[in-house]
Design a protein around this ligand. Sequence first.
Ligand SMILES: Nc1ncnc2c1ncn2[C@@H]1O[C@H](COP(=O)(O)OP(=O)(O)OP(=O)(O)O)[C@@H](O)[C@H]1O
Ligand SMILES: CC(=O)N[C@H]1[C@@H]2OC[C@@H](O2)[C@@H](O)[C@@H]1O[C@H](C)C(=O)O
Length: 398
Amino acid sequence: MKNQIEQLNEIANKDSRTIIGLMSGTSLDGLDVVCCQVEGSGSKTKLRVLHFSTIPYDQEFKEEIRKVFAKRQIDLQDLCLLNPYIGLKHGQMVNECLALWGLTAGDIDLIASHGQTVYHAPKKQHQIEGFPNASLQIGDGDHIAVTTGIITLSDFRQKHMAVGGEGAPLAVYGDYFLFSEKGQNRILLNMGGIANFTILPGNLDAQAVFTTDTGPGNTLLDAYMRRLFRLPYDENGAAAAKGSVNEKLLENMKKAPFFGKPFPKTTGPEVFNYDFVETAIQQARLTTLSRNDIIATLTQFSADTIVEAIKIAINPNEPYTLYASGGGAHNPVLMEAIQAQLPQCPLMNLEVLGVTGDAKEAALFAVLANEAVAGNASDFGSRDGVPQVTMGKISLPG
Ligand SMILES: Nc1ncnc2c1ncn2[C@@H]1O[C@H](COP(=O)(O)OP(=O)(O)OP(=O)(O)O)[C@@H](O)[C@H]1O
Ligand SMILES: CC(=O)N[C@H]1[C@@H]2OC[C@@H](O2)[C@@H](O)[C@@H]1O[C@H](C)C(=O)O
């Protein structure tokens, strides 16, 4: 134990650390594995992506996770088994990446693992008296540390909630440290299963940084593509491009209580799922919608709710540039629907800032691990959503 603590201390005192970030999001498409060189900490952080791979989940693994994913009722044994199983699998996937990249465990200082969110229940959503914000990520960090032989930080969201946050979005910390630029107002928009954004003011005032989830990114699209087309997602927006938006369904979905709640707020597939859309279709008494029309309407729904949230959060008299990341940035129909409603904010891919959009969330956890080991809690003021805190639990391999 003592020599591992000494090793951790050495890592903390290095000028630069090699950190592997792991992210497995709500889309259940695979594990994003990014190897980064991280220098400094806080607003002096410099990050360089050395390697990036996505290890796709096979059908069997996806089905195992879906047994518990975002469900109110599950077999508790399934959850118990999945926690170490996912940790073990993620550790093996890291080993696979190391071999692919020609590296060994000795080349890596730390792993930063998000784990798999299986249920997200902020208080605004569960509304149960006496119970705090809650969110559960599984894929045990000790199993990753032992499987790889690398010190691992995991379970980042609990501390955020312990100090009053909703456990998300955490991207704001990485966004602020890595992508703030003096004189430029930036909006970093991530469209994964769920969409969120961070506003980075050009005056670099940490207290004016703002972040929130906006609602669905791809999660409803993916759910309907699976049911209606037996496909995992709407590749390049092909189905949406063939359909027409149904205004009645769109308006019905926008009545969801989430959209009336104050910012900042967070959500997940516990709320935005297949049944949510089915209920909206039935309430609108729509019986003749084609499957392409449903996909077109769901795409517009994601775009509109993203745009409506951004419009509330920005200063209409200032210029902003929008940088998109996450799988939704590959969907031209979604991107065009956003740009059409925000003509004053040029929309580009995050890639132009030097980090590939697909690697962004995994890199974020590398930044959070770097902060926990070598940084200090940065001062974001005393506003909701961005508590001043370091995050991540430490697992030693030996
Ligand atoms: N070429 C493409 N065309 C359209 N959609 C795409 C394309 N590539 C990826 N996507 C969408 O992006 C999704 C994956 O996005 P991503 O990996 O960012 O999500 P995630 O990290 O799992 O989610 P979250 O950020 O909510 O946790 C896919 O499920 C799909 O819907
Ligand atoms: C509870 C949870 O896993 N939330 C995810 C999810 O995926 C996107 C959005 O909802 C975001 O709030 C969050 O992830 C990113 C990495 C975040 O915390 O910034």
